[in-house]
Structures are given as C-alpha cells and as structure tokens.
Ligand binder design. Structure first.
Ligand code: COA
Length: 151
C-alpha cells in the first residue's frame, strides 16, 4: 500500500470522502481549500484524508476514511500518522481533528495517535446536519475537538 497526494486532475474518491462526512457541500469545500491524500493498493484507492489549513500554523485533518472491506486492518492508523508527518514536514505547528460524540472508534484511534481532547462544540451536528445521526446507539450531537502539537 502507498499513501500519496491525489494527482492534479485525478478524480477524488467521492464515495469514500462521503463516508466520513455526509455533506457533499462540505466535502467539495474541503477539497478546494485543502490537500487530498489517498491510500492505494493494487491500483485501487482504499483510503483517503484531506489536510485543511485553518488558522496560521494550524492544519485540520478532515474526511479520513477507509473502504469498508479494508477497515480494522490498521490502515486508518497509518493514514492518521501520515497526516501528522505531512503536517509536520510542511511546517505546521498544530494539527487538529474533530469527531462526533458518538464516534467511539474514531475517538480511540485519534487518542492512540497522540491527539488530546481540547474542547466540545456543543450541538455542532444538530445545527449543521438536517438528518439525525446515530452511531453505537448514541445520537451524534456534539463535535469533540482534538489537537496535538507538532515538534
Ligand atoms: N475501542 C477501542 N479502540 C478502537 C475502537 C473501539 N471501539 N475502534 C477502533 N479502535 C482502534 C483500533 O483497535 C486501532 O488501534 P490499534 O491499532 O491500537 O489496535 C485503531 O482504533 C484504528 O484502527 P484501524 O484499523 O487503523 O482503523 P480503520 O482502518 O478501520 O480506519 C476509520 C478507521 C475511522 C478511518 C474507518 O473506520 C472509517 O473509514 N470510518 C468511516 C468514516 C469515518 O467515520 N471517518 C472519520 C470521521 S471523524
């Protein structure tokens, strides 16, 4: 498997990007403002993430996703670690990520990769998404914000 930047003119893997964020409008916005990276195996894209510069020296990891058939094999962790290294090599000082209060696995993954919880954006999902989202039997209402310093 290789993780590489999406080539200029190459079609972004929309199905995969929409796994991480059901809003096509937000996904398109992230793609325009950020840099898209893909994990490729046997000429097939099996993972994706976008690095989005937000504030000075700060970048946000958004839209990370792994194809359902390949989940649970460590690819998500490799993508998060790649995002951290890429952000560091580009000179960013902080990397942030946000996930739902109901995203138990994602919260575990990010903390295993060194992120710490820094805040809660109360009612982020109820305000910005028209459909109710449930995961692990929990309604997704709030965004948990996580961050790590890059040294
Ligand atoms: N409790 C504890 N640890 C958990 C867990 C849970 N419920 N669920 C996952 N983990 C851990 C795994 O054990 C693993 O850690 P380990 O390597 O120390 O064992 C780590 O989290 C990640 O596992 P990995 O196999 O690398 O993840 P993945 O390839 O399945 O990718 C996602 C993770 C989130 C990218 C993938 O599930 C996905 O695409 N989900 C849909 C899109 C999405 O939700 N994106 C994120 C939006 S915030």
């Amino acid at each position: 498997m290789v993780i590489r930047k999406l080539n200029r003119g190459e079609e972004p893997p929309m199905d995969l990007l929409l796994l991480a964020d059901p809003s096509p409008r937000l996904v398109h916005e992230y793609l325009q403002r950020g840099e898209c990276f893909v994990a490729e195996s046997n000429n097939r894209i099996i993972g994706v993430y976008v690095l989005l510069p937000t504030r000075p020296e700060t970048v946000e990891l958004v839209n990370i996703a792994v194809t359902k058939s390949h989940q649970g094999r460590g690819i998500g962790k490799q993508l998060v670690m790649h995002a951290i290294q890429t952000a560091k090599s580009k000179g960013f000082k902080t990397i942030e990520v946000g996930t739902g209060n109901s995203s138990v696995g994602q919260l575990a993954l990010y903390q295993k990769c060194g992120f710490r919880i820094t805040g809660i954006d109360i009612d982020f999902f109820t305000r910005h998404y028209s459909d109710e989202i449930f995961e692990n039997g929990i309604q997704c209402k709030d965004m948990i914000r996580l961050s790590q310093d890059l040294f």
